[in-house]
Design a binder for this molecule. Structure first.
Ligand SMILES: Cc1cc2nc3c(=O)[nH]c(=O)nc-3n(C[C@H](O)[C@H](O)[C@H](O)COP(=O)(O)OP(=O)(O)OC[C@H]3O[C@@H](n4cnc5c(N)ncnc54)[C@H](O)[C@@H]3O)c2cc1C
Length: 396
């Protein structure tokens, strides 16, 4: 747009920054989730770091319609587009509680999509409908003590026995694993069939033989529960198979794409939150007679951080736009996940530095963001696995 003599264009630093993927309804949704997170969640964040967040959060979010934003209306969802899921993934960062955001994302964007996409009508009614209401809690079991990145190396077996299947094995690092009512479980049903030998099951967590072993202690995401689970002769009917027998590997690779993209959106939101907290601190904290933010070296740190966050945000939004259009942009999802996770950790680390000693103290909350964000370079596929997916997509 050209400037004319009477109206000289000035930079619009305070534009509302609405991106082209969002409309007014998305922005209203963002406002209501943000208000909810600030009023009803954030005040408890410190306590939930010690105790994990209560199950009542699922019910409350279900009541408010936040657990089914992009889910079909016929199952109790709001019938919105994928961008409404992105809005939730971003706005929930206002709870200041990464573990809570992760527990909710497991429900809405990790365990629920396979049930809705692959499930029978009965399975959707039994699990997705109450999960959207927040009355049932879901978890997803891929990782095992001996196999994480290498999903094809899992050992959990489901063996046909008459009309039933009998499952034996173990899963680890399972988010929501202690509280969940059902697990979307990845098993091997045919050890000789390679990638065609995997099957997903919906296993009720109160089935005899499901053992919730340890509550695992971790570096961050303290408000979430993380379980080591054992499956000992767990008998489920054939109706517990989710999707096609033998196609579980492909089903779970599809599920991981949504998981990675929503995780990337969460990284951008976490980094932005940390940036804002730190910007405020840089205005308030004085050294050598001036606000620390006025030192050029600190100002440039903010400029670097803002540029990193913006680049990751644009990758997430454009990839979400393609995803919403029905494309399957695996390369771009992997890039967005890799980049967003990396920059979130870099930003949080720099924010600690800008806070000085205060950054190392719990009271300022930036150390928590750093600990929480660190998971994203590992969970849902490590940086190295993202690089493998991207590199291989070029035929290498
Ligand atoms: C807090 C938390 C919550 C989690 N929640 C869940 C959950 O709800 N459900 C679930 O199923 N899982 C969950 N996970 C597991 C997570 O997805 C795995 O930890 C992750 O996929 C990595 O697997 P791994 O830990 O077995 O690491 P490994 O696969 O053992 O990898 C170890 C190292 O080797 C590298 N590596 C492995 N293979 C290659 C390769 N081909 N090329 C180069 N480097 C390689 C990895 O990048 C990594 O640096 C969670 C993990 C954590 C920490």
């Amino acid at each position: 747009m050209a400037a004319i003599a009477e109206s000289v264009l000035k930079p619009d630093f305070n534009a509302s920054r609405k991106h082209f993927i969002f409309n007014d309804e998305h922005e209203q949704l963002r406002e209501s989730i943000t208000n909810f997170a600030i009023k009803e969640l954030a005040p408890h964040a410190d306590e939930w770091e010690e105790t994990t967040f209560p199950d009542s959060v699922f019910r409350r979010m279900g009541e408010l319609g936040f657990l089914g934003l992009d889910k079909p209306e016929q199952y109790g969802g709001q019938g919105g587009d994928y961008f409404s899921a992105i809005v939730l993934g971003e706005a929930i960062a206002n709870a200041n509680c990464g573990g809570l955001a992760m527990g909710i994302a497991v429900q809405t964007d990790m365990a629920m999509p396979p049930i809705l996409a692959l499930g029978t009508e009965d399975q959707k009614q039994q699990w997705a409908v109450p999960a959207i209401k927040g009355e049932k809690i879901l978890c997803l079991g891929i990782t095992e003590p001996d196999a994480g990145s290498d999903v094809s190396g899992i050992k959990t077996r489901a063996v046909k026995d008459g009309e039933d299947y009998v499952i034996n094995g173990s899963k680890t690092y399972i988010t929501n694993g202690h509280r969940a009512d059902v697990i979307v479980l990845v098993t091997k049903t045919d050890a000789d069939a390679g990638y065609d030998g995997f099957t997903l099951f919906l296993v009720p967590m109160d089935s005899p033989g499901v053992i919730r072993e340890k509550k695992l202690q971790k570096l961050g995401m303290h408000a979430s529960d993380t379980a080591l689970l054992a499956f000992q002769d767990v008998r489920v009917p054939a109706s517990a198979v989710l999707g096609q027998i033998g196609k579980g590997f492909y089903h779970i690779m599809w599920e991981l794409q949504g998981e990675r993209l929503i995780g990337a959106a969460g990284c951008v939101a976490g980094a932005q939150k940390c940036f804002e907290k730190t910007l405020q601190y840089a205005h308030e904290r004085k050294a050598f007679g001036r606000e620390i933010g006025k030192f050029q070296v600190i100002r440039h740190k903010f400029a670097e951080m803002a540029t990193k966050i913006e680049s990751a945000r644009q990758m997430v939004y454009v990839t979400a736009w393609r995803f919403n259009n029905g494309e399957y942009p695996v390369r771009e999802i992997s890039m967005a996940k890799l980049h967003a996770a990396r920059i979130a950790v870099e930003v949080a680390d720099e924010c600690i530095q800008i806070h000085g000693g205060a950054g190392y103290m719990k009271e300022y909350g930036v150390e928590r963001i750093w600990r929480d964000m660190r998971l994203n370079r590992i969970g849902a596929g490590t940086d190295e696995i993202m690089l493998e997916v991207i590199g291989r997509s070029y035929g290498l």
